[in-house]
Design a protein around this ligand. Structure first.
Ligand code: SF4
Ligand code: SF4
Length: 333
């Protein structure tokens, strides 16, 4: 069989992506949860705020996309309303990142044209997934995913790879094909929330990532499922670009903080904030300053947050440059 082509998805300046955290609450307590309530509070945006902020970030001159997140966004009673409003405002695409519980009868309140549903699952069976995401989660998530597919929704699945489930990633493509999932996103374990600092020992080595992830992605693509995963390591001579400088991504939290880079979300270094429904540029030391720095290791934020993860050669030069965490590779697309 022909090996599917892997391409790097360059940043698109004509696109604007809004990652809208509607609330920080969740019905689950995943071992690697990235939510930090100390930093982002426990509030839920009101229906009025949801609409005002959707309008605030909509840019008619660009392809504006919104991704609704939480916590668990389907716990918000007005999510269906917000999805329809976003479409009405002109957002080119709406995605809901869900843990699969689909509260408030979401599937009955929106149509397949309104939104793509992106389910999170961290194992190909309950034995692998449930110790990470909670008892009974695999069964509920896969049942609701099948229901959504049956109703004609476009679906994707996000698998967060850590030390806990790396070995089971190669078994995911068959499951996705059986479930009828349209797209597969492989995500690297984050540096935020519970997995920050790696006290939990979840982080992967470069070798582990490179040996397993591209092969699993190629296998999924071979089964007809386009797969997207973070680039992580730049090839020799490949250009480094920081999305904070060359792309338009906004990570919005219910307490009004707006980050341009998700890696800094455990810290009060957001470059923007929403005050009285206006977007304000912060003047305090913030992530903006890091975006400007050029270092041999590539991404500055990665260097600051997990310096120990970058191996160096005898000449003290880094063996790998780390790409922007938002730079993706696609196979089968
Ligand atoms: S589903 Fe998401 S928000 Fe909820 S506990 Fe898991 S990682 Fe955290
Ligand atoms: S991950 Fe690194 S390169 Fe990407 S936006 Fe953040 S600081 Fe910039």
């Amino acid at each position: 069989m022909k090996t599917p082509e892997v391409k790097t998805l360059a940043f698109r300046p004509e696109e604007r992506n809004i990652f809208f955290h509607l609330l920080t609450g969740c019905n689950l307590a995943c071992r690697h949860c990235y939510i930090n309530r100390e930093q982002h509070g426990t509030e839920m945006v009101s229906r009025e705020t949801m609409i005002t902020w959707l309008k605030l970030f909509y840019e008619p001159a660009k392809e504006s996309n919104v991704i609704f997140l939480g916590g668990e966004p389907t716990m918000h009673p007005d999510l269906a309303f917000g999805i329809k409003k976003a479409r009405e405002l002109g957002y080119a695409s709406v995605t809901v990142d869900t843990n699969g519980y689909l509260f408030h009868h979401l599937l009955e309140r929106i149509s397949p044209d309104d939104a793509v549903l992106s389910f999170s699952l961290d194992g190909p069976d309950a034995e692998v997934n449930d110790p990470i995401r909670g008892a009974g989660v695999f069964a509920t998530c896969t049942a609701n995913l099948q229901k959504a597919v049956g109703l004609g929704f476009k679906t994707s699945l996000i698998y967060t790879v850590s030390r806990l489930n790396l070995d089971h990633l190669p078994r995911m493509p068959e499951l996705l094909a059986d479930l009828g999932v349209n797209r597969f996103f492989i995500q690297v374990i984050g540096l935020r929330g519970k997995s920050a600092g790696d006290e939990a020992g979840l982080q992967l080595t470069p070798a582990e990532w490179l040996e397993t992830v591209p092969a699993a992605a190629a296998k999924a693509a071979g089964l007809g499922i386009p797969t997207i995963y973070p680039k992580v390591f730049l090839d020799k001579g490949e250009k480094f670009e920081c999305a904070g400088r060359v792309a338009e991504n906004f990570f919005i939290f219910p307490n009004g903080r707006v980050y341009r880079c998700p890696l800094g979300e455990d810290h009060p270094i957001h470059s923007l904030e929403i005050k009285d429904d206006r977007l304000i540029k912060r003047t305090e030391l913030n992530e903006d300053r890091f975006f400007e720095l050029q270092i041999p290791e590539g991404c500055v934020m990665n260097r600051l947050l997990q310096a120990g993860n970058i191996p160096y050669g005898p000449d003290s030069a880094p063996l790998h440059r780390i790409s922007c965490c938002l730079l993706k590779q696609a196979v089968g697309l």
